[in-house]
Design a protein around this ligand. Sequence first.
Ligand SMILES: Nc1nc2c(c(=O)[nH]1)N[C@H]1C(S)=C(S)[C@@H](COP(=O)(O)O)O[C@H]1N2
Ligand SMILES: [Mo]
Length: 321
Amino acid sequence: MSRPRYPQPPASEITPEPVYRARRQLMGLGLASPLLALAGCAGAEDAAPSAAPAATDSADGFRTSETLTTWQDATTYNNFYEFGTGKADPARNAHTLRPAPWTVVVSGEAGTTGTFALEDLLRPHAVQERIYRLRCVEGWSMVLPWQGIPLAEVIRRFNPNSRARYVAFTTLAEPDQMPGIRYPALDWPYREGLRMDEAMNPLTLLATGLYGKDLPNQNGAPLRLVVPWKYGFKSIKSIVRIHFTEQMPVTSWNQSQPNEYGFYSNVNPDVDHPRWSQASERRIAGDGNRVFANRIATLPFNGYGEQVASLYQGMDLRKWF
Ligand SMILES: Nc1nc2c(c(=O)[nH]1)N[C@H]1C(S)=C(S)[C@@H](COP(=O)(O)O)O[C@H]1N2
Ligand SMILES: [Mo]
C-alpha cells in the first residue's frame, strides 16, 4: 500500500482514470470536435475562435468535460529540461529527483517569510481537484485532473505588503539530482513569475497531485504551478522558492529569447511565436495517436477568457505578449 506523501482530497472525491474516461464518453463530443473536419485545410487555423469559455467548462473554469489526456501520455511526454530536452527524457531520468523531504523558502515583500517544510506549507489548506487544459507554446495541449491548493490561499497566509507587485518562483537546481543542468539549455535555476493579481486569480493552482496520485517526478514533484490560461512554460515545476517582489522578475525563457517568450505569455492565437503559428494546437487526449492527435483551434487565454481577460484590460497584448 503506498500512502500519498501529501494530503490529497478524500478518495471519494477522486475519480480514477477509467471512470473519468468512461464518464467523458457518455457526455459525447466536446466543443472542439467539429473543428476536426477542418484539419489540414489551410483556412482552418485562421478561423476566429470565440472568446467565450468552452461550452463544456464549469462557470468558474475549474473543470472541463473535454476528453482527458491519459496518465500514460501525461507522464511520458514532458518538458522538464533539468532532466533533458527530449520529450521522453524526464520520464527516463527524473527518478533521481528526491521530492521528500522538501522545503520551500518564502522571501521578499511579505509579513511572514522563512523556510518551510512542504508539509507545513500545505497543512492548513484543503486540497482541491481541477481539470485544466494546458497548452504548450510548442503547439500541443493536454487536459488533466490536478490536485492542489489555490496559490491565492497560500499567498494570503504570508501577508505580502503593498510593494509586492509580482511573485517569483524558482525550481530546484541540483546537479546530483538533475542530469540536464550540466547542459546550458537554460540559465539555471529555472525561474518563472506572475503579476500579483494573476497569482491571486482563483484558477492559479499550486499542484501536488495528478489523477489522484502524488505528482510524478517528471511532472514537477512535489510542488508545481499550473496556470491554465498561459503557455505551459509558466507552470514551473519542483518549486523551492516563492519570492514577493516590486520588480517584474527575470524569467528563464524570457531571458533566453526575449523576442520569443514574453513575461505574460498568455495563450493567444492572434500573436504568433516568431517561428510558428499559435492559431491551432495538437490535442493529446484520449486514445488518439500523439503525432496525429486532433488538431483544434487555440482559444484566447486557452478558453479561460471569461475568468481572466479582465486582468489585462487596457493592455496591448501584442506588446505585452
Ligand atoms: N522547472 C521546469 N519547469 C517547467 C519546464 C522545465 O523545463 N523546467 N517546462 C515547462 C513547459 S515548456 C511545459 S509545456 C510544462 C510541461 O508540464 P508537463 O510535463 O507536466 O506536461 O512544464 C513547464 N515547467
Ligand atoms: Mo511548453
